[in-house]
Design a protein around this ligand. Structure first.
Ligand code: AMP
Ligand code: GLY
Length: 423
């Protein structure tokens, strides 16, 4: 008998996790909380607060869940995995002390440096004068980051020193991020393409997944504001198995060792955000969860049992788990609400999803949708749908993803037209 899995969260990443788990031989049933209309096609969805540890654990007990897979960072930081463990329920994801690797940028930098992992030089401080003095240590552009979780808005990249001083005052004096900005990281600017590499960790060892490339800016040509991600592709030419093997030795194993030495062994997903600089890959950040939308292009390429891998991370060792890949490529294009990442409307009717889904190799993941009282699909977030296609090459997958995206419409739809272009 296979396992019963509960996916916690309700975005495109969670739909992709649930979809891949459904296809895993080791998994019998996939439920989700709070889920979304895409996850609802895979199994029961439960309307609870995903960041409430007691609510998640009680649901998992009631539904006789064998493994809980936590998608977003908020439930991890809130201690959902701690509560599940306390009740003897297996959970994929770090405990709250582990999630600090994402929840505190100063903590992440401290761990990177202690582990000898290559990263940007930095100063962490809560003192305004010290932060301003730190700017002199670096050349422009200046990077000023709120230490805590600031809904993706906590990083400012400033060409002028005056702007950087303003960013410091915004956080430390005007407290625009509240407590999340009471401590700052001022760091060296890393120049080069960004890459995402996911490691499934068991406390000492790691199984690395295929690299992906994300597009963070809202507009074509990397213009406009930073978003959660407007598209992605995998594999990444020039970032092959050799590079992954090197990063395992250079970053993942030393960081896992450092966390274990501190008495907080790390189980769950460790996401390394890297910049491929002229002098080699350097770490930008860690996240304690899968990337969104990179997961939507990594998981379709996974040929082995995903449920077994997450189970091993949660309960044992990933060392002997088979991780195999399809040779092909995947591309995802995010369909967003007009105005995102700023203000946008919701409740807008969406058409064409089923039509797009019928195309060969295409899977449409729901990111910010819901069903209205009449059962119609409507928008419910900034990133609405992730149109994903698999094909022999990145170029073919890109063409297929856009062909599918052309079949979907809603008022105000915004998407980038250059995802995976020229790859
Ligand atoms: P984060 O919130 O840490 O993911 O940062 C958001 C975005 O800011 C990153 O995806 C990068 O594009 C950019 N960024 C952050 N830190 C740096 C840095 N040291 N050098 C260059 N870009 C950075
Ligand atoms: N796509 C970037 C992230 O998930 O943080």
């Amino acid at each position: 008998m296979g396992r019963r899995v509960l996916v916690v969260g309700g975005g495109g990443r969670e739909h992709a996790l649930g979809w891949r788990l459904t296809a895993s031989p080791s998994v019998d049933a996939v439920e989700s909380a709070p889920g979304n209309p895409g996850l609802a096609e895979l199994g029961p969805v439960h309307a609870i607060d995903a960041a409430d540890p007691d609510a998640v654990a009680t649901l998992a007990e009631r539904r006789r869940i064998d493994l809980v897979v936590v998608g977003p960072e908020a439930p991890l930081v809130a201690g959902v995995v701690d509560e599940l463990q306390a009740r003897g329920i297996a959970a994929f994801g770090p405990v709250a002390t582990g999630a600090r690797i994402e929840g505190s940028k100063a903590f992440a930098k401290e761990v990177m440096v202690a582990a000898g992992a290559p990263t940007a030089g930095y100063v962490a401080t809560s003192d305004r004068d010290e932060a301003i003095a730190a700017l002199e240590r670096f050349a422009p552009p200046y990077v000023v980051k709120a230490d805590g979780l600031a809904a993706g808005k906590g990083v400012r990249i400033c060409e002028l020193v005056e702007e950087a001083r303003e960013a410091i005052d915004d956080a430390l004096v005007r407290r625009i991020f509240g407590e999340a900005g009471a401590n700052l990281v001022v760091e060296e600017y890393l120049d080069g393409p960004e890459r995402s590499l996911f490691g499934v960790c068991d406390g000492t060892d790691v199984a690395l997944l295929a690299p992906a490339q994300d597009y963070k800016r809202a507009l074509d040509g990397d213009g406009g504001l930073n978003t959660g991600g407007m598209g992605a592709y995998s594999p990444v030419p020039g970032f092959g198995l050799d590079d992954v093997a090197r990063l395992r030795e250079l970053v993942f194993l030393p960081v896992l060792q450092e966390l274990a030495d501190r008495g907080t062994p790390y189980r769950g997903l460790l996401y390394a955000g890297l910049v491929d600089t002229a002098t080699g890959p350097r770490l930008l950040e860690f996240n304690a969860r899968f990337g969104d939308p990179e997961t939507q292009v990594v998981l379709p390429r996974l040929a082995s049992d995903f449920g077994e891998l997450l189970w091993a991370s949660a309960t044992g060792s990933v060392r002997d788990v088979d991780v195999a890949w399809h040779e092909d490529a995947a591309v995802t294009v995010v369909l967003a609400s007009g105005g995102y990442p700023g203000e946008y409307r919701t409740g807008v009717p969406v058409s064409g999803v089923e039509d797009a889904d019928t195309l060969d190799g295409v899977q449409v993941f729901h990111a910010g949708t819901r069903r209205d009282d009449d059962g119609r699909l409507v928008t419910a977030g900034g990133r609405v749908l992730n149109v994903t296609a698999r094909a022999a090459t990145v170029a073919d997958a890109r063409a297929r993803a856009y062909e599918a995206a052309d079949r979907i419409a809603f008022d105000g739809l915004h998407r980038r037209t250059d995802i995976a272009a020229g790859v």
